[in-house]
Design a protein around this ligand. Structure first.
Ligand SMILES: NC(=O)C1=CN([C@@H]2O[C@H](COP(=O)(O)OP(=O)(O)OC[C@H]3O[C@@H](n4cnc5c(N)ncnc54)[C@H](O)[C@@H]3O)[C@@H](O)[C@H]2O)C=CC1
Ligand SMILES: O=C(O)[C@@H]1CCC=N1
Length: 269
């Protein structure tokens, strides 16, 4: 069955998903987008050849509605959409924090809702998208959401109770790695390297480490031990990281991200 999919509120994440779906072979005639600003709608039309419509038109025309506005804008979007969404539409939320019950309470009784937390590597087909169904989502609805998000990377189903933790780990996760690269590039400058060289060294070390983590089947501890020679350089660095509480800082940071996701649950911000 051909399914028309609309991305509503096509900002950074919405565009990443849209571009991935087109790369993955979706016909642009099966895709719709909505945007708040007319210039943005025009930009998306020009860049991808997709039709840009109003939120109400998208609700009528598409079988699957993917809502990618900020959590704080979701209540307003649902107020606008609710009168136009028949109960047989699949509603997919990409927003942090907001539970499926928030949508179910505002849409026609029985509307299936799937919650997905993806991340920006969707732009390079390396997303991690974590998927949970609401109370009316069937196996078919979850499989359809997986089909869409598998096009931009990996997917994983979790109980909805784990979504705030997933948001802290993989949703926000890329930002932590960019932060580390930024900090380590500064260290390279302190050690006398030009910024561009420091950046290239750290980025390639990150890519190499990421591929080994994914493909070697080894535990991260084993991989780190293989780098850490007796009386060598690495152990001096590790001692500093432990001394500065970096492990504890990361645990606290992810806990704070999880807590913020919980706070966003009301859609008020
Ligand atoms: N940026 C990220 O790394 C990730 C973001 N998310 C979630 O994705 C959602 C979007 O985040 P971003 O793409 O970063 O934000 P963004 O601000 O780039 O995109 C949101 C877009 O929605 C539009 N919008 C707001 N209200 C609208 C309405 N009523 N009708 C049509 N368009 C409307 C805005 O103009 C904006 O272009 C958020 O809910 C966030 O929690 C999830 C995973 C990762
Ligand atoms: O920072 C945020 O709220 C969004 C959700 C996960 C990543 N970015």
């Amino acid at each position: 069955m051909t399914q028309k999919v609309a991305v509503l509120g096509t900002g950074k994440i919405g565009e990443a998903l849209l571009s991935g779906m087109i790369r993955g072979g979706w016909a642009t005639s099966d895709l719709l987008v909505t945007a708040r600003r007319p210039e943005r709608a025009e930009e998306l039309r020009g860049r991808y050849g997709v039709e840009a419509v109003t939120n109400a038109e998208a609700a009528k025309a598409a079988d699957t509605l993917i809502l990618t506005v900020k959590p704080q804008d979701m209540g307003k979007l649902l107020d606008e959409l609710a009168p136009h969404v028949p109960a047989d539409r699949l509603v997919v939320s990409g927003a942090a924090g907001i539970p499926t019950s928030f949508f179910e309470e505002r849409l026609s009784p029985g509307t299936p809702v799937v919650r997905v937390m993806t991340n920006t590597p969707a732009l390079v087909d390396e997303a991690m998208s974590v998927i949970s169904g609401g109370s009316h989502a069937t196996e078919d609805h979850l499989a359809h959401a997986e089909e869409i998000f598998n096009g931009v990377g990996k997917t994983l189903r979790v109980p909805e109770s784990q979504q705030d933790a997933a948001t802290a780990l993989s949703g926000s996760g890329p930002a932590y790695f960019y932060f580390l690269v930024e900090a380590m590039t500064d260290a390279g400058i302190l050690l006398g390297l030009p910024r561009d060289k420091a950046h290239d060294l750290i980025v390639q070390a990150a890519i190499g480490a990421a591929v080994m983590l994914r493909d070697s089947g080894e535990h991260p501890v084993r991989l780190r031990e293989a780098v850490t020679s007796p009386a060598g350089t690495t152990i001096n660095a590790i001692r500093e990281l432990e001394g500065h509480g970096v492990r504890a800082a990361l645990i606290a940071a992810l806990e704070a991200a999880r807590d913020r996701s919980r706070e966003l649950a009301s859609g008020q911000g």
